[in-house]
Design a protein around this ligand. Structure first.
Ligand code: AMP
Length: 130
């Protein structure tokens, strides 16, 4: 059965898209640690990040770099934190999180955003993406 993230890539489940190319897709985390918390995934469905072939892995890192640059421009923050977990969704993904304090990297502190706020945020990040 396809992962929830594959369903997002295929448009079966909606997402707040930030950026996309032929191999990678970036979208806002629906339960963000902080405003702008973004997930970057390879379209190819592989569970564990270090099981990706090396080319896809380095491509994912390169795409994440571009998304992080856009996030820095769009979301005021001290820096962009990066994390890979994957215990909830078995489809490799990079968490990019605009952080100000250490707690922003803890997955217990959550930010509530309205649908309009998600849409506006995704558009702002998308506009900064190069
Ligand atoms: P983990 O697999 O532990 O790295 O966490 C998966 C992340 O995916 C969590 O931060 C969830 O909030 C996020 N997530 C799960 N389903 C969706 C979805 N449909 N759209 C956006 N983010 C999601």
């Amino acid at each position: 059965m396809p992962s929830i993230f594959t369903k997002i890539v295929q448009g079966e489940i909606p997402s707040y898209k930030v950026a996309e190319d032929d191999q990678f897709y970036a979208f806002l985390d629906i339960n963000p640690n902080a405003k702008g918390h973004t997930l970057v995934i390879p379209k190819k469905e592989v569970n564990r990040i270090f099981d990706l072939d090396k080319e896809t892995y380095t491509g994912l890192m390169g795409f994440s770099y571009q998304v992080a640059k856009a996030l820095e421009k769009a979301v005021p923050c001290e820096r962009i934190g990066m994390s890979v977990i994957g215990l909830e969704v078995p489809h490799a993904h990079v968490h990019l999180i605009p952080i100000n304090v250490m707690d922003d990297m803890r997955f217990i502190k959550k930010e509530k955003l309205s649908q309009d706020e998600f849409v506006a945020l995704a558009n702002e990040i998308a506009e900064s993406f190069e």
